[in-house]
Design a protein around this ligand. Structure first.
Ligand SMILES: [Zn+2]
Length: 149
């Protein structure tokens, strides 16, 4: 199969693909941003440079692209959805004002012995935020004892 050159407009990158001649004019997904890139003739770009093994059109803005977003480093992982700059672990989400009030309400209820977990066990006020974080179901109501016990 012949080697063809493709240019990705989204990330200014040039790459080569081995393709059957009859498919040469079809767009190819860019290896960096996965957008469709069209074929270019070898003479279309008189100036391009290589950076980290990737041909780039000049001027090279020293940026890489990944899934349509600008990043400063090309992806090193084999898994395209795990670029470290895009899939950073999210900082713990701040609680919304409504949630804080709700927790305070539940703590008040808990201090009166008027809050139970899903199993009907009493909840201590200081355990409320942790239990809410853990997604445990809390409900108001005095702990119910099973009358048959
Ligand atoms: Zn691209």
């Amino acid at each position: 199969m012949p080697l063809y050159e493709y240019f990705c407009q989204a990330c200014n990158g040039i790459f080569e693909e081995l393709r059957p001649m009859r498919e040469a004019t079809e767009p190819v997904p860019c290896p960096q941003c996965y957008k469709d890139a069209g074929r270019i003739m070898p003479t279309s770009f008189s100036a391009f440079t290589f950076r980290d093994g990737y041909p780039r059109r000049i001027p090279d803005d020293n940026q890489f692209y990944h899934l349509g977003k600008k990043v400063t480093k090309p992806i090193t992982s084999a898994r395209p959805n795990e670029h470290p700059e895009i899939n950073k672990p999210q900082p713990k989400k701040r609680k919304l004002k409504g949630e804080v009030t709700e927790i305070q309400d539940m703590q008040v209820a808990a201090s009166k012995g008027d809050l139970t977990d899903w199993y009907g066990n009493g909840v201590k006020p200081r355990d409320v935020p942790r239990m809410v974080d853990e997604g445990k179901i809390l409900r108001k109501g005095t702990p119910q004892r099973d009358p048959t016990l």
